[in-house]
Design a protein around this ligand. Structure first.
Ligand SMILES: [Fe+2]
Length: 196
């Protein structure tokens, strides 16, 4: 009789090799060289800037989802949908920023605890707030992102990092300006039924 097909040795070969551990292959603070015709110092500066915008974009994205869930009042439906649309658009930006950081040879911020330590957007309370307060928070966050993104875009252009400049201008700045417009119109105190 031949060897059993279900011997312990055979099954071991199919066992997943889980619980593996090793040193990390690239520390967060280090930027590796990629052959993209940019100096290490330019790539390092762009990575540092992009990780800051990334932390603030993740925070703004999550602020939209919080408000999508917690919004209250007569404008509930409009704001519920708008907040989720903006969440999705910010989520796209998060991925674009993170992949730019990796393509420059850097390491992207990713986890909530690291984002919380890095973002400069004020932390909201855990509880629910009125819609005008939610919107004011969002507008403040947009303005923080816009201010830093414009400064960083100029810095990237001057350093010759056109890809980072383009991402910041075409994606981050334009998206945030447009969202700020849509959101801020909800704070204009015009009559709903009877004209003044
Ligand atoms: Fe939802």
């Amino acid at each position: 009789m031949g060897k059993s097909r279900n011997s312990g040795a055979d099954l071991n070969r199919a066992r997943p090799l889980d619980h593996q551990k090793a040193r990390e292959i690239q520390p967060f603070s280090q930027v590796i060289h990629r052959p993209i015709a940019l100096s290490q110092s330019v790539a390092r500066q762009s990575v540092e800037n992009l990780n800051q915008v990334l932390a603030d974009t993740i925070t703004l994205r999550d602020l939209y989802k919080k408000h999508h869930w917690q919004v209250a009042g007569p404008t509930f439906y409009a704001l519920h949908l708008l907040f989720d649309k903006h969440y999705e658009e910010q989520n796209e930006l998060v991925d674009t920023l993170a992949e730019r950081i990796q393509s420059l040879g850097g390491v992207t911020l990713a986890m909530a605890a690291d984002v919380a330590e890095t973002t400069i957007i004020p932390r909201p309370p855990r509880g629910r707030e009125e819609a005008p307060v939610q919107i004011s928070r969002l507008l403040h966050a947009h303005e923080i992102v816009l201010k830093e993104a414009r400064t960083m875009a100029r810095q990237a252009a001057e350093a010759g990092d056109d890809g980072t400049n383009d991402l910041l201008v075409s994606d981050v700045i334009r998206t945030n300006e447009k969202q700020a417009w849509f959101v801020s119109e909800h704070l204009v105190d015009v009559p709903l039924v009877r004209a003044d």
